[in-house]
Write a new protein. Sequence first.
Length: 217
Amino acid sequence: MFSCVFRCYNNLVLIYCTDYVMLCFLYVTSCCELPGGTVGQIDGNYYHQGPVRKKELLDSCAVLGIPSSHVTVIDHRDLPDHPSVKWDVQLLSSLILKHVETNQIALIVTFDAGGVSGHMNHVSLYAAIRHLRSKRKLPEGCRVLTLETVSLFRKYISLLDLPISCLQNQDVLFVLTEEEAEVAQRAMRCHRSQFMWFRRLYVIFSRYMVVNSLRFL
């Protein structure tokens, strides 16, 4: 398993592999337009493709305007890359906190309790952040945004979900322009080893490729 950290604007995005493109593209690109700071992500070694996925990740970051010098990869054997495996909350919390303190992170962006897809490693990220928050271990002024998990129906109606999202309670709502959506698709295609038929359909139909709604924790 390896963890990736992107520096952008004192932000830390903790997402999993290609999902940071599929689920948080708008947030990543918007904050990376600003100087300085940090965005981060958790990645993995599913199917023993760690080195391949790392290269694909760097290629994808380049498309998003994130230089390789702003990407840190951390390999950890106790955080196996598998959607049905729960990651150790204490270990994950310590790794996250170390990065937050080292880079003076002002904002953390991660999954909510539903993990968007329900994958246990996604949920573990939320649990780790919530643990840090509940124990008051996060630095003063460090805030947390969580990406909203929506129903299966809403998940696959693309831009048609926008009116629904506008009527829901959320703290932040991002909507991609046509140009940004094209960049997101190019970044997604960089993950060649994972760009299977179902992800091609995801890129076309998922609301997360065009609409991101987030709430403060």
